[in-house]
Design a protein around this ligand. Structure first.
Ligand code: GDP
Ligand code: IMO
Ligand code: MG
Length: 424
């Protein structure tokens, strides 16, 4: 097995960064295929914490090449800042970090528009205000700036003129907002282009060649399946294909080239931003989980909403991204709670559903809970669990029909059990 995808199976923040970092030890390439700096992937080793937003989570391993593929929306200024932040921890050269010449650029206009829309909206999505949605809109609308355009002043100017022709009206007349003049944005982006130029290349051919050479490739998803533009809880989603399908278009590979899909599942559920959340716990136990799990957004610092594990939602996620195994993270947070419940079905109009299929109105479903015996593991001995935790794992495996291949019980690199091998 040479190709493995890391896919968030809930509403993001499942611990993808930690798992990607660990599995990168065995990988030659780590590829980000969608999303942008709305992501916040945390890696903890010793007293050090690194949060990556656009740079793949394999970057801390010197043998690994990191690839930002063409499906990503790329913010050059934030990228350079991130590069500075990781300098104390690793040496980054153009051989070790590649940016696709066809990735879509997030400009000042996208960020501004994202913020203005959010502020003006009655039903706010609760976006990260990083310009993700507006940048993907321009990509699909065929008026985006691509990374390669940053290297050619004339081309960049032509692209910006097209992009701004409609947006100027929105800024001036709809939002009554000031916006950077085209010339200023042109100079800013062109200067950034000069700085990132050494990292820019044809990543499609690079990945293609790596596959031919039987290199080990890790595809690192951002966000999660329930935030996917097609599979997620629309309109409260991000603007990209976060799962399996996104890898094919976003990295430029075919189905046989993503042999395993490892879904990352937090032992409970969290969500940042607005949108339905059937198992949300508002006070009491929800606050305890939030506090114990330190559930604050790694990108925006917002408090994450917390709730019990949602099996109908996870069953749907397993189907939607053809997951082959899962990593169960943050089990330590549930350890020592004096109660433990899991949602096994939804009820709506007197009918019970054990899988969240797209026709169900998640705002209206009533979650049905099973009470379980809480567990009190201290995780001092690797791979040895209390009967109660083993029961929790068994229940998840039985209901989802896929094995729990990894169990994480703390933020630190070492706080992990591999219950099966990957990349063999
Ligand atoms: P990602 O976006 O999926 O990479 O996840 P985030 O980094 O946004 O959020 C996960 C948070 O949980 C981070 O602060 C991690 O350091 C932390 N974390 C990851 N795995 C575990 C775990 O097993 N236990 C605990 N307590 N924290 C974890
Ligand atoms: P990682 O990769 C959690 C959420 C936002 C908002 C919605 C749309 O760290 O798991 P956007 O800015 O993408 O247009 O916002 O998606 N969101 C995330 N939630 N983790 C993330 O990334 C997220 N990226 C976006 O909070 O609800
Ligand atoms: Mg995150």
């Amino acid at each position: 097995m040479n190709t493995l995808a890391i896919i968030g199976a809930q509403w993001g923040d499942e611990g993808k960064g930690k798992i990607t970092d660990l599995l990168s030890q065995k990988a030659d390439l780590v590829v980000r295929y969608q999303g942008g700096n709305n992501a916040g992937h945390t890696i903890v080793f010793g007293d050090t914490k690194v949060v990556l937003h656009q740079i793949p989570s394999g970057i801390l391993h010197d043998h690994c090449t990191s690839v930002i593929a063409h499906g990503v929306v790329f913010e050059p200024e934030a990228f350079l800042q991130e590069l500075e932040e990781i300098k104390p921890h690793t040496t980054v050269t153009p051989e070790r970090l590649k940016i696709s010449l066809n990735a879509t650029v997030i400009t000042s206009y996208h960020k501004l528009l994202d913020g203005l829309r959010e502020d003006a909206a009655k039903n706010k999505i609760g976006t990260t205000k990083k310009g993700i949605g507006p940048a993907y809109e321009d990509k699909i609308g065929r008026r985006a700036v691509k990374v390669k355009d940053l290297l050619d002043r004339e081309q960049l100017q032509a692209r910006l003129e097209v992009m701004l022709s409609e947006k100027a009206h929105l800024f001036e007349h709809l939002y009554k907002s000031e916006f950077p003049p085209l010339q200023e944005e042109l100079e800013r982006l062109f200067a950034l282009g000069q700085k990132i130029a050494p990292f820019v290349s044809d990543t499609f051919s690079f990945i293609d060649e790596a596959i031919k050479q039987d290199k080990k490739i890790l595809f690192e998803g951002a966000q999660g399946i329930l935030l996917d533009i097609d599979y997620g809880s629309y309109p409260y989603v991000t603007s990209s294909s976060t799962g399996y399908a996104g890898i094919l278009t976003g990295a430029g590979v075919s189905t046989g080239q993503v042999e395993e899909r490892l879904g990352i599942v937090k032992a409970y559920t969290t969500r940042v931003g607005a949108g339905p959340f059937p198992t949300e716990l508002f006070v009491g136990i929800g606050e305890i989980i939030q506090e114990k799990g330190k559930e604050f957004g790694a990108t925006t610092g917002r408090r994450r909403r917390c709730g019990w594990l949602d099996l109908p939602m996870l069953k749907y996620a397993v189907k939607a991204s053809a997951l082959t195994s899962i990593a169960l993270t943050k089990v330590d947070v549930l350890s020592c709670l004096d109660q433990l419940e899991v949602c096994y079905a939804y009820e709506i109009d007197g009918k019970e559903y054990d899988c969240a299929y797209p026709g169900l109105d998640l705002e209206k479903v009533t979650p049905k809970y099973k009470k379980l015996s809480p567990f009190t593991d201290d995780f001092k001995q690797s791979g040895v669990y209390t009967t109660e935790l083993q029961d929790y794992i068994d229940l998840i495996e039985k209901e989802l029909g896929v094995p729990v291949g990894i169990l994480a019980y703390g933020p630190e690199r070492s706080e992990i059990d591999f219950r099966r091998e990957y990349f063999v």
